[in-house]
Design a protein around this ligand. Structure first.
Ligand code: ADP
Length: 189
């Protein structure tokens, strides 16, 4: 049973690694960003409400984000483990997640913190803008997202450090290399 959190700045490869880990470990990858983008694509009421925030790189409010995550964690396929990609990102969300997990009498096994240089992050996000066409990958929004990550999320990573859950992984290498490093660490769970 694997309950894993992936943390790290935009462009570090959380989504790619979440998918790779998900297929290797046979547990779902849960991305709040993907769930929000689906709502926007399907033009739901929530999607319409969130579009402007996401397009400018701002975080979605904690209550909305946690409600979406709680729903997803309650699904049958998440009962035997999960990879969280992009949640939690704020101190409030760490508390929300603690509460959700303690209600279910479960805990997190490992928090992988992926890191790469700012130059790598910017060049990957800029490249992705031309291939994926994500509305928040434009150059000014990319810089804004990195800034918000540094301000809101980087300072809270250490909370999991205090709990002894963190494994730091370099996200600079090829995806398969990064995945191998994580699998080696998963073997030690
Ligand atoms: P990235 O990690 O590259 O920023 P994501 O797909 O994880 O991309 O997130 C895209 C956007 O979705 C974020 O910029 C933010 O607006 C919103 N979002 C995703 N997860 C969260 C979260 N946990 N809390 C607040 N906003 C979130």
């Amino acid at each position: 049973m694997f309950r894993i959190i992936l943390m790290g700045p935009p462009g570090v490869g959380k989504g790619t690694q979440a998918r790779l880990l998900s297929s290797t470990l046979s547990v779902p990858a849960i991305s709040t960003g993907d769930m929000f983008r689906r709502q926007i694509r399907d033009q739901t009421a929530l999607g319409r409400e969130l579009q402007a925030l996401i397009d400018t790189g701002e975080y979605v409010p904690d209550d909305i984000t946690t409600a979406v995550l709680a729903d997803r964690l309650a699904a049958a396929d998440a009962q035997l483990g999960f990879i969280l990609d992009g949640y939690p990102r704020t101190r409030a969300q760490i508390g929300d997640l603690d509460k959700l997990l303690s209600e279910a009498s479960i805990g997190i096994d490992r928090v992988f913190v992926l890191a790469a240089s700012r130059a790598t992050l910017i060049s990957r996000l800029t490249d992705r803008a031309t291939t994926d066409g994500r509305s928040d990958d434009s150059p000014d929004v990319v810089l804004r997202r990195l800034q918000i990550y540094e301000r809101e999320t980087a300072p809270i990573v250490e909370e999991y450090g205090r709990r002894g859950l963190i494994v730091e992984i370099s996200g600079e290498g090829a995806p398969e290399r990064v995945a191998e490093d994580m699998m080696r660490a998963v073997g030690r769970i």
